[in-house]
Design a protein around this ligand. Structure first.
Ligand code: IPE
Ligand code: IPE
Ligand code: MG
Length: 235
């Protein structure tokens, strides 16, 4: 068996188109997307992936119609409530990236509960990007550095280093993703992990997220395994 990526990031895209193709409401696509997530998570766990980061809601997704946002929020709440115990049993650790303060108190509490419950787990790190935008993350990170500077917690005239920036981001403590997968045929990052993906391998597939299965994950990993990662060097 070739090397399994330590960190896989996924832009779960295409729920809306999946639903529209069947003349169903977009929310139906989001619900089916949760099912896809379940099977992908299971497969990632089985394969021994260390970290799985999924893009669930972006800072730009607030621009969608209120009804769709509401449906997504309800689905999120339902998912966290129903799934966290089962994930805990599987030794999965739940974490999030993104600014959670924009969400309802109720959602924030449920997310905190799920994180606390699973904090000590040593298996797969299931990392959910919620109200996440890479530019927002970087700006928040820099503000954190400025705050430390004001409190005199950084060395005098200390220069900002790449390491300090990395540590200021929400993904602190996680390795950078080795593999990024985006479904639905779109070939852009949509403000996802801009800093962390500097050397990530990218795999794009036409498959819409609700149709994506554990087997598709394996296929993406196989493509990754056949890539030559040079990191700017030569053979
Ligand atoms: C991804 O599917 C889910 C979220 C962004 C929350 P979309 O809802 O973007 O589906 P398409 O891209 O419109 O098909
Ligand atoms: C990216 O998908 C965000 C998530 C998957 C949560 P979008 O559908 O929002 O991105 P764009 O609009 O195609 O760039
Ligand atoms: Mg989309």
């Amino acid at each position: 068996m070739k090397k399994i990526p330590e960190h896989i990031a996924i832009i779960m895209d295409g729920n809306g188109r999946w639903a529209e193709r069947q003349n169903k409401m977009r929310a139906v696509g989001h619900r089916q997307g949760v099912e896809a997530l379940r099977s992908v998570l299971e497969k990632a766990d089985e394969l021994g992936v260390g970290h799985l980061t999924v893009y669930a809601f972006s800072t730009e997704n607030w621009a969608r119609p209120k009804a769709e946002i509401k449906a997504l929020m309800m689905l999120l709440l339902e998912y966290i409530k129903s799934e966290s115990k089962a994930l805990h049993k599987k030794n999965v650790r739940i974490t999030t990236i993104g600014d959670l303060t924009a969400f309802d108190q109720k959602i924030q509490r449920e997310i905190e509960k799920a994180k606390e419950l699973t904090a000590g787990n040593t298996g797969l790190n299931f990392n959910i990007a919620l109200n996440y935008g890479a530019r927002d993350e970087i700006a928040r990170g820099i503000n954190g550095i400025l705050e430390k500077e004001r409190r005199g917690e950084r060395g005098e005239n200390a220069k900002v280093t790449e390491e300090e920036i990395s540590r200021s981001l929400d993904t602190w403590g996680m390795p950078d993703p080795d593999l990024l997968i985006r479904t639905s045929g779109e070939m852009r990052l949509s403000n996802f992990l801009l800093w962390q993906l500097a050397y990530g391998e990218m795999v794009f597939t036409e498959v819409l997220w609700p149709d994506f299965t554990g087997e598709h994950l394996v296929e993406a990993i196989e493509i990754y395994q056949n890539r030559d990662r040079r990191f700017g060097s030569i053979e």
